[in-house]
Design a protein around this ligand. Structure first.
Ligand code: FAD
Length: 390
C-alpha cells in the first residue's frame, strides 16, 4: 500500500529549538562532569545509561537534575523538558553512569505522577528526585517479549491486598532497584489486551520474590530474572485502574522510546574517533564523519520535538517508534564504521588504547540496541499501523 498524504500528516514532528534558559545549563553540567568524572575509566563510558553508580545518581539528585520537570511538592524542579534534555544530552555525551536512576526519572516517576495514588506520589517521588529510589521495568517474560499482551504473571485480589505469581525476564538492574513496575494479568479477558494491570512491586527482600542476575555475552550481569511465588502486595500496590494496564503501559513506552539515549549510546566512541584522527582525517574519513554528524543533527531534532510533544501531554507513540528505530540503526552501525576507518582492533585489556576499549565494549553491546525497548521489526509494525498501512 502506498504512503498517502493523509497517512504522512498523522506524523507530527515539528522543528523546535532549545530555549536560552536550557542552553544556559550546559556549562554548569560540563563543569559538574569534569569535576566528578575526571578519573572515570574510559571503558565504563561505553555503558553510559546502562552503567550504574548510585553515588553518582545521588550527586545528580542533589543538583536537582532528577525529576526536573515534576511538581515541587513532590521534590521536582518544575523545569521544562528542554532543560531536562540538556542534562540528558550532556550526561550521555560524556558516557556518565546514569543507569541507577534512569528508568525512574524517564518513565516510572512520570507514570506515578499520572496514575499513582497520592500516597505513592508523596512517598516515592521525592526519593527518586534525591537519587535514593531506583526502578526497573517488569514487562517482558520468558514467552512474552514482542507480544507483550500475552504476559502470564498473575495478580489475584485478596481481602487485604494482592497475591503475585509468575516470572519477569530481562529486567535491567532489578538486583539494585528498590521497586519494579510490573504489567500483570488481573482477570481472564476475551481480548488479550484487556484484563491487564500495573503494580508497584517493592523489591525489599520480601518473601516470595527471587531476583536472579543473568550474565550477558559481554560478561555483565545487569539483566535479571525475577520470580514471584505467592508474593504478597499491599492493597494500594495497584497503579491506576484495574484492567487499564495496557493503555498505561503504551503511554509509558512513549517515554521509553523517545529520548536522546536512543541515538547517543555510542557518542563517546564517535568523539574518540574524531580525537584519534585529529587533523589527519582524509576525504574518506571526513565524508564518513560528516554523514554521521548530519544523522546526529536530524535525530537530535526529532528527539527535541518529542520532548515538546511530551511536554504538551501528548502521547507520541508513532513518532517515538520512528525515532527509536532510526536512532537504533545509527548507533548500532557506529562500531563497525569506526573499525572500517581505523586500523585498530577492539581490545578490553588495561593496556589497550581508549578507542580500542570503547570499540570492544560497544561492539559487544551494539546487537542489543535493536532489541531493548522493542525490537526493530516490532517498531516497524507499529509505524506501519500508525501510518494506516496495516
Ligand atoms: C539490553 C536489553 C535490556 C532489556 N531490559 C528490559 C527491561 O528492563 N525490562 C523488560 O521488561 N524487558 C527488557 N528487555 C527485553 C526486551 O524488551 C525484549 O527482549 C524484546 O521486547 C524482545 O522480546 P523477546 O526477547 O521475547 O524476543 P521475541 O519477541 O521472541 O522476538 C524474537 C524475534 O522475532 C521478531 N518478532 C517477534 N514478533 C514479531 C512480529 N510480530 N513481526 C515481526 N517480527 C517479530 C523480533 O523482532 C525478534 O527479532 C531488554 C532487552 C535487552 C536486549
Amino acid at each position: 500500500m502506498a504512503v498517502s498524504q493523509e497517512s504522512v500528516s498523522r506524523f507530527r514532528l515539528d522543528p523546535c529549538r532549545l530555549p536560552a534558559e536550557a542552553e544556559q545549563l550546559r556549562g554548569e553540567v560540563r563543569a559538574f562532569l569534569a569535576e566528578h568524572l575526571a578519573s572515570f575509566p574510559t571503558w565504563r563510558r561505553a555503558y553510559t545509561w546502562m552503567g550504574s553508580d548510585a553515588a553518582f545518581s545521588r550527586k545528580m539528585g542533589a543538583r536537582g537534575w532528577i525529576g526536573m520537570t515534576w511538581p515541587q511538592q513532590y521534590g521536582g524542579g518544575e523545569r521544562s523538558s528542554f532543560e531536562r534534555y540538556v542534562i540528558l544530552e550532556e550526561m550521555l555525551a560524556a558516557g556518565a553512569p546514569v543507569a541507577a536512576h534512569w528508568i525512574a526519572d524517564r518513565q516510572s516517576g512520570p507514570l506515578l505522577l499520572k496514575y499513582g495514588t497520592e500516597r505513592q506520589r508523596s512517598d516515592i517521588l521525592p526519593r527518586i528526585c534525591r537519587g535514593e529510589a531506583f526502578f526497573c521495568i517488569g514487562m517482558s517474560e520468558p514467552d512474552s517479549g514482542s507480544d507483550l499482551a500475552s504476559v502470564r504473571t498473575r495478580a489475584e485480589r485478596l481481602a487485604d491486598g494482592w497475591r503475585l505469581n509468575g516470572t519477569k525476564l530481562w529486567t535491567s538492574g532489578a538486583a539494585h532497584c528498590h521497586y519494579m513496575i510490573a504489567l500483570v494479568r488481573t482477570s481472564a479477558a476475551e481480548k488479550k489486551h484487556q484484563g491487564l494491570s500495573q503494580f508497584l512491586v517493592p523489591l525489599d527482600g520480601r518473601e516470595g520474590i527471587t531476583i536472579r542476575p543473568i550474565r550477558d555475552l559481554a560478561g555483565n550481569d545487569h539483566f535479571c530474572e525475577v520470580t514471584f511465588e505467592d508474593a504478597r502486595l499491599d492493597d494500594d500496590a495497584l497503579i491506576g485502574e484495574e484492567g487499564a494496564g495496557w493503555g498505561q503501559v503504551m503511554a509509558e513506552l512513549a517515554y521509553e522510546r523517545s529520548g536522546p539515549e536512543r541515538y547517543l549510546s555510542c557518542q563517546p566512541l564517535l568523539a574518540a574517533l574524531a580525537r584519534h584522527l585529529g587533523g589527519e582525517a582524509g576525504p574518506r574519513e571526513q565524508v564518513a564523519i560528516g554523514r554521521q554528524v548530519a544523522h546526529l543533527a536530524t535525530l537530535r531534532q526529532m528527539t527535541l520535538s518529542l520532548a515538546g510533544l511530551l511536554d504538551r501531554g501528548e502521547n507520541p507513540a508513532l513518532e517515538a517508534a520512528v525515532t527509536k528505530d532510526l536512532g537504533g540503526v545509527f548507533e548500532q552501525d557506529l562500531p563497525g564504521l569506526v573499525q572500517s576507518l581505523l586500523p585498530v582492533e577492539p581490545r578490553v585489556d588495561d593496556g589497550a588504547a581508549e578507542i580500542q576499549q570503547l570499540l570492544a565494549h560497544l561492539t559487544q553491546n551494539a546487537p542489543s540496541f535493536s532489541l531493548r525497548g522493542g525490537t526493530r521489526e516490532v517498531l516497524r509494525g507499529i509505524i506501519a499501523r500508525g501510518l494506516g498501512l496495516r
